[in-house]
Design a protein around this ligand. Sequence first.
Ligand code: ATP
Ligand code: MG
Length: 395
Amino acid sequence: MNQEKSPGRVIIVHHSEIALKKGNRSFFESRLRTNIKQSLRDVPGVDVRIDFGRFLIYLEDFVDIDLVVQRLKQVIGIASFKVAFKGSSDPEILKEQVFDKVKHLQFESFRVDTRRADKQFPFKSVEVNQIVGARIHTAMKKRVDLKNAQLVVNIEIFNKQVFYAVDSYPGERGLPVGSTGKVVSMLSAGIDSPVSSFRMMKRGCQVIFVHFHSYPFTEKSSVYNAIELARKLTVYQNHSKVYIVPLGDVQKEIIIASPPKLRVVMYRRMMFRLAERIAQKEGARAIITGESLGQVASQTLENIAAISEVVDMPVLRPLIGMEKEEIIRSSRQIGLFEISIEPCADSCSYLVPQRPETKARPEQVHAAEEKMGDWQALLDRALQETEVEQLDFPE
Ligand code: ATP
Ligand code: MG
């Protein structure tokens, strides 16, 4: 309970799918609360609470509201939120306060939605709706629409206090990060895998990034770009780990042992094995990739089969049925695209033939791996030489 506080402004947060998960509701809510607190941890004067059946953020008078709004828009699990102001408990005064806020706004239809948690309050919700609604309707000649109003005025009555809100901001929606578990995402510096990582965050996953590079055989640019992409994505999950794995020595042995056409599939099998080991260490339950069926030679059904057979863990491919155009649109929306299109030395295109195999046969691949000798030792060494970068938002 929060009796002693009487702030002038409070943010009312509406969460998205949490309500569907009846039995787990308090678990999802407390995860969302933690995530909101994390994303505001450098902002003094905010207090995130679940009070009176509502998700509330109490704000001291000095709080920079624009910063708080900007941060909340990026918290996954919020459907929408409203900045509410303290109003009078006399409806005749309250209606003037509300009218003052809406009179400059452009809208054709509206409704007033009052929720009263405080049953001792002398007016019923419908009465408040009528008094405030009549004021707006009479003065502005706007239509009341109970279903599809353009403007919704919210009035919340709890703990002997009245708050009213007019501005509503859309949230990022989805399930709170961390509420469904951990995954390892194979993050290249390209367009697809960052988008696919973001989609898993929106399904409640804490994403651990794994990037493979071929340095010193190629330059290190893909590593910088992958870290920049992970940094952008960290805005949505507050804390990220990026595993940076040197694949060059493994690739060198593959080049010696296998026909050029098979190289991509061979590289990818080794990447999956390494990703699985990192996932086991991190307690992650699935591997994520940015593959989309038929997009490039390695992404045929045959090659996907030849690649996934090396791991026991589920491999999830959130983009498998998406078109490149849709993926690019998402990438732009999240603000990843500019980094993704920066040219860099990607370890997958390292020494790849013009026409890679599109239908890798298992026996060919097994024979080539046989010829490689002790590749397990190479993988062990790659993991020993792996570096881990920790990213935090806000920094
Ligand atoms: P992206 O746009 O994500 O780079 P892509 O269209 O270039 O994908 P591929 O090169 O076939 O396709 O890669 C398929 C998937 O394999 C990627 O989406 C990513 O998940 C993973 N992957 C590829 N290269 C790397 C890498 N260097 N490090 C980590 N993961 C990688
Ligand atoms: Mg790529």
